[in-house]
Every structure is written in structure tokens, then in C-alpha cells.
Design a protein around this ligand. Structure first.
Ligand SMILES: *[C@@H]1O[C@H](CO)[C@@H](O)[C@H](O)[C@H]1NC(C)=O
Length: 258
């Protein structure tokens, strides 16, 4: 009966593979947001390799930002060490300004601009990558940023990673499910063999035909017995000794009386 319980657990595990989509997306969202936020902190102990990791991620998964390339416009991703603070558009300012201006200005001491790291660049583009002033059409010759599909990776990294992990997890789930079906069929066959052999022994002739069955006492009765067994699973030893010392055969007490 412990085998049935185990089989049931395997099924639950397989089904859980299909239901964890939401949690996975939430974790990816959180992790990517943090990673992008600390991209510039290459001097900070513990975050020195974050830039490298994010760059590799964007290149390998052909993605940019968390939701998309515009995520890089909302944060300062270049360290102050590499910014000329004496320039006007890099100066610290606490002015609240319009969104368009914010892209080229400082808000609360942060240098924001419509540029992305090199790893966002689509390697399939015939044109050398445009990384700076992405939303300014007049800053580049023959450039229309709304229709430019090939310049940067258009997909956000959360989406790319989610598709990747969902694919892996669903493959695992499918394998477990198939294994489970196989296990169930073997278990069913063995159960028929066991009961028919038992009946043959009772008739005293193993060569004659005998009936086999899956459930001896009907569905509801069996479910009740199994529930009791699972309830008592902590006291497994007591159950085993109660069944004639053989832990593999759960003979209901009613059938012993036959
Ligand atoms: C767009 O680029 C042009 C040419 O470099 C520049 O003169 C203009 O100020 C830029 N516009 C914005 C909004 O940054």
C-alpha cells in the first residue's frame, strides 16, 4: 500500500511542474530588476561580476532589460566614475521635469539617458548597433526607432528566461508523467497476478484458471482502508507485524477468515 502512496506522490510532483508558472515569473521579475539596478556597481564588493553576468545573460538569451530595452532608460546603469560630472547634463539635480526631458537629464542625482548596454545589440542587424539616443530619430542618419526591429533585442529577459525554464520544467513533468503511467500499468498487472495466484492457491490447483482483481472490497471500502493506512503511516511497524509479518501483502482481515 506504501507503493500506491508513493505512486500518488509522484503524480502530484509531476502536476506541480505545470502549476509553478506564476511563482517562477515573480522570482525572475525580482531577480532581474535587482540585477539591472546594480549593473553599474562594478566597484562594489559582491557585485563586481554582476555586469558580466547580465551582459552574458542578454547575449545568450537574446534579450534586453527585464520587460524590454526601455528598462535601461529608467535607471542609471553607468557608474559615476565614468561620467564627467562637470558637464551640464550630468550635473546632480532634484528638479521634477517632464518624462521626455528626464531621459536626457538628472533626476534626484541619477543620470538617465535613452541608451542601452552593448549586450542588448542584435547581432543579426546589418547596421552597426545604435546604443545611444535610441529614441531620437534625428540623432542618427536614416533612422526611425519605432520601426527599427533589428537594432536591439526586442524581447525582455524575463520573458526569454520564463520560456526557457517553462520548457525545461514541462519536459521534466512529461517524463515523470509517462514514468508514472508505466509504473501504474506494472502495478496493475502485478496486482492481478498476485490476486489470481492467491485464488489459485486457495483452490489448491495452480494450473487451473482463477480470477484476479484490482480491488477486493469495492472502491469506497478500499479508499477507506487506504486512508486508515496512510493515517497510521507513522506507525508503519505495527501495521507490518499485524499482516502476518509480511509487509508486502496487505491482506484485509475479512479475507483471512475465508
Ligand atoms: C536629437 O538629436 C539631435 C542631433 O544630435 C539633437 O540636436 C537634439 O537635441 C536631440 N534631441 C533630444 C530630445 O535629445
Amino acid at each position: 500500500m506504501c507503493t500506491f502512496f508513493f505512486t500518488f506522490c509522484v503524480l502530484v510532483g509531476a502536476l506541480m511542474c505545470y502549476s509553478m508558472h506564476g511563482e517562477l515569473e515573480e522570482s525572475l521579475n525580482l531577480g532581474l530588476t535587482e540585477a539591472i539596478r546594480f549593473y553599474k556597481d562594478t566597484d562594489t564588493p559582491g557585485r563586481c561580476f554582476l555586469k558580466r553576468t547580465v551582459d552574458l545573460l542578454q547575449i545568450e538569451f537574446k534579450c534586453c532589460g527585464n520587460n524590454g530595452y526601455k528598462d535601461w532608460f529608467q535607471i542609471q546603469w553607468i557608474s559615476n566614475r565614468y561620467l564627467d560630472m562637470s558637464k551640464k547634463d550630468v550635473r546632480v539635480s532634484d528638479l521634477v521635469i517632464s518624462y521626455q526631458d528626464r531621459l536626457r537629464s538628472n533626476v534626484q542625482g541619477k543620470y538617465l539617458m535613452d541608451g542601452v548596454p552593448f549586450s542588448c545589440c542584435n547581432i543579426n542587424s546589418p547596421r552597426p548597433c545604435i546604443q545611444q539616443q535610441i529614441s531620437n530619430n534625428s540623432a542618427h542618419f536614416n533612422y526611425e526607432h519605432q520601426t527599427e526591429e533589428l537594432n536591439l533585442w526586442m524581447k525582455g529577459c524575463r520573458q526569454a528566461l520564463l520560456e526557457y525554464y517553462t520548457h525545461i520544467v514541462q519536459s521534466i513533468g512529461l517524463t515523470v508523467l509517462i514514468t508514472w503511467l508505466f509504473e501504474l500499468s506494472v502495478l496493475t498487472g502485478v496486482r492481478y497476478l498476485q490476486t489470481s495466484l492467491e485464488n489459485g492457491l486457495r483452490q489448491g490447483d495452480l494450473n487451473s484458471e482463477s480470477d484476479g482483481w484490482l480491488l477486493e472490497n469495492g472502491l469506497m471500502e478500499t479508499a477507506r482502508i487506504n486512508l486508515n493506512i496512510i493515517k497510521n503511516i507513522g506507525k508503519c511497524n505495527q501495521i507490518d507485524t499485524a499482516n502476518n509479518g509480511d509487509p508486502n501483502i496487505d491482506v484485509p482481515s475479512s479475507s483471512i477468515a475465508h
